[in-house]
Design a protein around this ligand. Structure first.
Ligand SMILES: [Zn+2]
Ligand SMILES: [Zn+2]
Length: 355
């Protein structure tokens, strides 16, 4: 049983798709493609993917730089692929952020690689309840992940927030009914090097820029810019886990927007847009150009402005959900399902993070 749990745990990302048939009656239920693949982007830069989750790697004469190991299972597959295709080892692993579904698995590369993340990644690994995606927060404030803390958002927004049904039993490795942070993060290796705002890496004749854009989906985000390739990698921001081929998709908007101020979301999206790039190769979705990257920013700004105006006019949340139609975005994916939820998230965000 324990072994089975462990195997399931390794395939946590793929497993998300198992939940989908349960909610097949819903028109706007996301589906999660599966299947590992390596796709060339430009020059010696590649996307490696397990279907709906993507990482990125750059091959240089002195070694490979990889951003996001995703999970142990995927990293083991990727290492075999890299060993077979290239003569150089993975020298750097960068974390886009600390969430277990993007940052796990770096142990596979630890023998040859230096692991780098934003300084807040270490705070999220200090034994206290870490920042979690999908409105999975420490509701009873006991410092541990409880079953209800996963099931409440999972049941409230199937396929959008929380995780898939049954996920708690997969992360509860010892089966004792509670998951301390160390148990949740057992497959995440702490970074060897951290930075606070920006960092430049030069190796193998290449320059790679790391930028902390500010808080948004997480509080320990890193955006990776490959200046010569004119490619940017960012995860769960701009294109979240719901985005597929078209970036025009309403944000999942879990909790009060992942617990960080919407103004800071907007600033961090602007910081990415300010970078000099042609291709956005993010942790989810297809490759997008700069014009497309500007679209989720425009949505957030419009949502922010509309809800802020509603608050100033003394409207209730229910009135706002009726009156704020965000008509311009009516052809975006998840418009019907997530428009009221986005308004609710922005409302709670602005009430909670008033500054
Ligand atoms: Zn995340
Ligand atoms: Zn993600």
């Amino acid at each position: 049983m324990k072994l089975l749990r462990h195997i399931c745990r390794l395939t946590v990302c793929v497993g998300l798709s198992f939940a989908m048939p349960l909610h097949a009656q819903d028109d706007e239920t996301p589906t999660f493609p599966t299947g590992n693949a390596i796709t060339p982007i430009t020059g010696n830069l590649y996307r490696a993917s397990n279907g709906a989750w993507h990482s990125i790697f750059l091959v240089t004469a002195d070694g490979i730089l990889l951003a996001d190991p995703l999970n142990l299972d995927f990293s083991r597959w990727l290492k075999d692929e890299l060993d077979a295709r290239f003569d150089v080892p993975v020298r750097y692993v960068i974390y886009s952020h600390s969430h277990y579904d993007h940052a796990a698995g770096a142990a596979v590369f630890a023998e040859t690689a230096t692991i780098i993340g934003h300084e807040q990644v270490l705070v999220n690994m200090d034994g206290r309840y870490p920042h979690m995606p999908g409105d999975m927060i420490d509701r009873n404030d006991n410092g541990m992940v409880d079953r209800a803390e996963i099931e409440i958002p999972t049941n409230a927004d199937p396929g959008i927030c929380g995780m898939f049904p049954g996920w708690f039993d997969q992360i509860d490795l010892d089966g004792d009914g509670v998951v301390p942070p160390a148990e949740l993060q057992v497959d995440i290796v702490a970074p060897d090097i951290t930075y606070s705002e920006r960092m430049t890496l030069v190796f193998g004749g290449k320059r790679i820029e790391l930028m902390h854009p500010g808080k948004n989906h997480g509080d320990d985000m890193t955006v990776v810019l490959f200046p010569e390739e004119r490619v940017v990698f960012a995860t769960d921001m701009i294109a979240d886990a719901l985005v597929r081929d078209d970036i025009r998709s309403l944000p999942s908007a879990c909790g009060p927007l992942d617990g960080t101020p919407i103004a800071e979301w907007i600033r961090s999206y602007e910081a990415v847009l300010d970078l000099d790039f042609d291709i956005f190769a993010g942790g989810h979705g297809a490759f997008f150009d700069k014009e497309e990257v500007a679209m989720p920013l425009a949505f957030l700004k419009d949502l922010h402005a509309a809800v802020q105006a509603g608050l100033a006019d003394g409207l209730s949340l229910e009135q706002m959900q009726e009156q704020i139609t965000l008509e311009e975005y009516s052809d975006w994916a998840y418009y019907e399902r997530l428009r009221p939820k986005n308004i609710e998230a922005a409302y709670h965000n602005l009430v909670n993070y008033r500054y």
